[in-house]
Design a protein around this ligand. Structure first.
Ligand SMILES: [Zn+2]
Ligand SMILES: [Zn+2]
Length: 258
């Protein structure tokens, strides 16, 4: 079995055929689904889906692109829902920063503030973090360490896998591996993979985005985690069955689900 630990099922692109998407995944062995929070507007849809399907869970969080919609009250309203398993995705993303240097610095400060606020909420409600990091490894790591995020741990769902973040494996952090691993230009992630402890590996799609080879260009969906699992197995030279079992056990443990 595989757990898709990061799948935006609340995205409009799944609205018309969600049942089919989930059934295809289940038939392919994907048995649990976690919808990360991104912005306040899709949270209701995520909760609705998690209430409808036993095997779907959700997280509450504000993506660094949507920090203006951060509302602590909205968190406290839903965080104790029985299907809410994490806080995030939250974190830092410097990839799309715009404007003058001054404006960029200001935006970074804002992102950091909202990231810290969400770490505090995770500790308050004892939920693991789903952390989004892009082009901001050093700052993200510093914030996680400074704010003692290891108290709750979490998953680093990151595009630039680099050495900087590896040591967080010793701080209770897991590494979400997705479709990027199958890309021809994924050298960094391919190189770092063997250095991630196996008991810290989990699998994700990040659908509808980042569709793995051979379906690049199409909408991503949870069934395609099977391509990610196969690629991990190939690169680590370990049986596919073992990879599926280990990553599943890791995800169940991290998100405290059965
Ligand atoms: Zn993300
Ligand atoms: Zn995402």
């Amino acid at each position: 079995m595989i757990i898709d630990t990061h799948i935006h099922l609340d995205d409009e692109r799944y609205r018309d055929d969600l049942d089919e998407v989930l059934n295809r995944a289940r038939e392919g062995g994907v048995k649990r689904f976690i919808i990360p929070g991104a912005d306040a507007s899709t949270l209701c849809r995520a909760i609705e889906i998690a209430e409808k399907y036993d095997d779907v869970y959700f997280a509450i969080g504000i993506h660094p692109y949507d920090i203006n919609s951060f509302d602590e009250e909205n968190f406290s309203l839903h965080v104790e829902h029985e299907k809410c398993v994490a806080i995030g995705e939250c974190g830092l993303d410097y990839f799309r920063l715009e404007g003058s240097d001054e404006e960029k610095e200001e935006e970074k400060l804002k992102q950091k503030k909202i990231f810290v606020a969400q770490i505090e909420l995770a500790k308050k409600y004892k939920k693991p973090l789903i952390v989004h990091i892009r082009d901001a490894s050093r700052d993200s790591k510093q914030i996680l360490l400074d704010n003692n995020a290891k108290e709750v741990g979490g998953v680093l769902h990151c595009y630039n896998a680099d050495d900087e973040l590896l040591s967080l494996a010793n701080e209770g952090f897991y590494f979400g591996i997705g479709g990027v691993l199958t890309f021809k230009n994924a050298k960094k992630l391919v190189n770092i993979l063997p250095h991630i402890p196996e008991d810290k590996l989990i699998i994700e799609t990040d659908g509808p985005y980042l569709t793995p080879t051979p379906h690049r260009g199409q909408r991503n969906e949870p069934l395609y985690t099977t391509f990610v699992a196969s690629k991990i197995s190939e690169l680590l030279e370990k049986p596919l069955k073992q990879i599926k079992e280990t990553t599943t056990q890791n995800a169940l443990k991290l998100f405290n689900i059965s």
